[in-house]
Design a protein around this ligand. Structure first.
Ligand code: FES
Length: 78
């Protein structure tokens, strides 16, 4: 899907740049993404957030770093 209409850049290419180390809109702009009208910036921000988000552990009894404190019974007993 094309995200940056001005530059004709797809979400796939944006994810590739993020995987290569781009961690902000300014860094994506240096790659020629989102450096024109800026209307794609909210989606760029979502893709950046998606890349850094941790998925909560599905095992409620797990105490790993990705556990969700709302459902982590081990954290609730501490
Ligand atoms: S749509 Fe990305 S800069 Fe215009």
């Amino acid at each position: 899907m094309i995200v940056c209409i001005c530059r004709g850049v797809s979400d796939r290419r944006i994810r590739q740049e993020i995987a290569r180390g781009a961690s902000s809109i300014d860094e994506l702009r240096r790659c020629g993404i989102g450096d024109q009208c800026g209307s794609c910036h909210p989606v760029l921000q979502l893709l950046l957030a998606e890349a850094t988000a941790t998925v909560p552990c599905a095992n409620a009894a797990c105490a790993c770093a990705n556990s969700d404190p709302r459902t982590d019974t081990a954290a609730q007993t501490l």
